[in-house]
Design a protein around this ligand. Structure first.
Ligand SMILES: NC(=O)c1ccc[n+]([C@@H]2O[C@H](COP(=O)([O-])OP(=O)(O)OC[C@H]3O[C@@H](n4cnc5c(N)ncnc54)[C@H](O)[C@@H]3O)[C@@H](O)[C@H]2O)c1
Length: 444
């Protein structure tokens, strides 16, 4: 069989006698001719024409098809940001693939801004300094719940791992032990800057460290925001109003602060932090937000930190007398922590720099607060009076009209509703044997 096959192939290749002359074929023109012949057969040009018309019509009707980002199982590849990716490259890449996002940016929207109805919000990577503390840990809960990735940065001076431990197995959560006084580089979209001891006992413990945290720490975080193009939110305080001469306090009030008192490391530290924040905004174009927080209470508050609500609650639970400093007629307003977190998030997502007062305008004297604590914990709890400490403000009550009008925010939870939630948490943590006395120094 093999020889016959070989023979036949030889015939096919050269069927003509070798002595007859045959002009060489012009191969290319022959191929073109046969290609043309193939193309013209069976109405092929008509089908090609129909295809072109259909594709043109499709792209004319939906031009976004040209720019749609690559998709892996329904989610945008852009959400997966490679670590160490340069922000500028990322923005360029985003504007290449997503004209919707770049057109939103050109209208003043940014990664942190409100997303119009109908457009799915992009998940963000958010840094929370002081995120293991009282307010920070509640903020972290909300951000994670919303679907963002959160990095907590904390030196655990007053914060506790227990406050965020429930997120440890969540890949959306990362925790770094770090002091904000030292620089750090992280790729993030937003920075909530909370790191700073907030109670008098803690911030007076090492005043130089407190002011360094407020000044150098804030500088470092603003520098980071500038470098990576993140939006920055500063948690300032009602203490910037000092012992106020205006009541209630509006954001336009410049305050009455002692620059050389024992509280100045905190009060003046926060005032400087506000100045730095505005200077980075005006001078370096950093997107910033400033919140002036009034007294806040709730679960996870540090038990022995000398703040008036935690003091009274811990003392009443331990069957100790509640310590009132001075005559107890000085006033404060108390906001529940979930209200504050809502306000901080609205501020970060909104379009206004601030500053904004975030507090509950309900005003209580220390004696009235002690009465509410008695109602909730123990009607027989006693009160003792002690000499008041230096620079304790006489009145504090926020005017929150600006936050109401511009952020659509106001607190929802009254003291009588919020206190029992804090008491439940304190009951679990307070020691009842009386061997661990509350280191009461001063109120708020
Ligand atoms: N809770 C309030 O009533 C209140 C009122 C006004 C302002 N604020 C501000 O809100 C923020 C949070 O307050 P809080 O009540 O949660 O206080 P907190 O003490 O519970 O939390 C502060 C967190 O910052 C961390 N921290 C402190 N110094 C740091 C540093 N150098 N580097 C890294 N981490 C550091 C602490 O370990 C802690 O986890 C503070 O900036 C505070 O000034 C709070």
């Amino acid at each position: 069989m093999l020889p016959s096959l070989t023979h036949r192939r030889a015939e096919e290749e050269d069927p003509l006698p070798t002595d007859s002359y045959q002009p060489k074929r012009n191969k290319p023109s022959g191929r073109m001719a046969s290609a043309l012949e193939y193309f013209l057969r069976e109405q092929r040009p008509l089908f090609v024409l129909i295809g072109i018309v259909m594709a043109t019509a499709l792209f004319l009707l939906n031009p976004n098809l040209l720019h749609r980002p690559l998709s892996i199982s329904g989610s945008s590849v852009l959400q997966e940001r490679p670590s160490g990716y340069d922000q500028r490259q990322l923005l360029q890449r985003e504007s290449l693939v997503s004209p919707q996002i770049s057109s939103l940016r050109s209208q003043g929207f940014s990664p942190g801004a409100k997303i119009p109805l109908g457009l799915k919000r992009k998940s963000m990577r958010i840094l929370v300094t002081g995120g293991a503390g009282f307010v920070g840990s509640h903020l972290v809960d909300r951000l994670i719940e919303r679907g963002d990735s959160v990095i907590v940065l904390d030196n655990f001076f007053t914060g506790r791992k227990e406050n965020v431990m429930h997120h440890f197995s969540n890949p959306q959560f990362e925790m770094i032990r770090h002091d904000v006084v030292e620089p750090i580089l992280l790729e993030v979209d937003q920075i909530y800057h909370l790191a700073c001891p907030a109670s008098p006992v803690h911030y007076k413990h090492n005043p130089v460290k407190t002011i360094k945290t407020n000044v150098v720490g804030t500088l470092n975080m603003l520098g980071l925001a500038k470098r990576v193009g993140a939006r920055f939110l500063l948690t300032s305080t009602s203490e910037v109003y000092g012992d106020p001469l205006e009541h209630p306090q509006r954001e336009s009030y410049w305050g009455n602060v002692n620059p050389i008192g024992v509280r100045s490391c905190y009060d003046e530290g926060k005032r400087t932090a506000e100045t730095l924040t505005m200077d980075y905004h005006r001078g370096a174009g950093v997107e910033v937000r400033i919140a002036r927080i009034f007294n806040t209470y709730g679960p996870r508050m540090c038990i022995d930190d000398g703040r008036v609500v935690s003091n009274f609650v811990a003392q009443a639970l331990r069957k100790e007398p509640m310590t009132v400093y001075g005559d107890g007629k000085q006033t404060r307003s108390f906001q529940f922590v979930s209200d504050l977190v809502e306000g901080l998030m609205r501020l970060m997502e909104g379009d206004h720099v601030g500053p904004f007062n975030l507090g509950n305008p309900g005003e209580f004297t220390m004696l009235e607060l002690a009465e509410v604590v008695k109602e909730v914990i123990d009607p027989n709890a006693r009160i003792v009076f002690r000499k008041n400490t230096e620079d304790d403000p006489h009145k504090r009550k926020p005017d929150i009209s600006r936050a109401k009008n511009m952020l659509g925010w106001e607190p929802k939870i009254s003291l009588r509703e919020g206190l029992p939630m804090m008491v439940d948490d304190f009951r679990r943590r307070v020691s009842y044997d009386g061997k661990e006395p509350v280191k009461s120094e001063n109120t708020i």
